[in-house]
Design a protein around this ligand. Structure first.
Ligand SMILES: [Zn+2]
Length: 115
């Protein structure tokens, strides 16, 4: 998982940003490898989804606070009954959706509970 970091104030950005809103022109942005782990801040269980995600329902959509600070919205790959606020999670690279017409498979980052 690659994000960016402002070398002036130490703020991390994910998705990567090329501009620090705190330091503005004075900020120096560098690429930064994230640990890929974080904590669930809040979540919802999705029972009805757009057609291309229908096969995944019910699934867990959560706001995860990454260890480096940024918060992202992401899917948690786990049984909806087991998810809890404060649960530690880590990123994995998973199939997100298959385009029925073309058969194109989309991949992206999702999160799984840390044992
Ligand atoms: Zn900064």
């Amino acid at each position: 998982m690659i994000g960016t970091k402002c070398e002036k104030c130490g703020r991390h950005f994910f998705p990567p940003r090329s501009f620090c809103p705190d330091c503005r022109r004075a900020g120096k942005i560098a690429e930064c490898k994230f640990s890929g782990s974080g904590t669930i801040v809040t979540f919802s269980i999705i029972h009805t989804a757009a057609e291309e995600y229908e096969m995944l329902t019910p699934y867990v959509l959560a706001i995860v606070k990454l260890d480096e600070g940024p918060q992202i919205t992401t899917q948690i790959v786990c049984s909806p009954e087991t998810v809890k606020v404060g649960m530690k999670v880590k990123s994995v690279f998973r199939k997100i959706a298959t385009d029925g017409e073309s058969g194109i498979i989309h991949y992206g980052t999702k999160f799984v509970p840390v044992e």
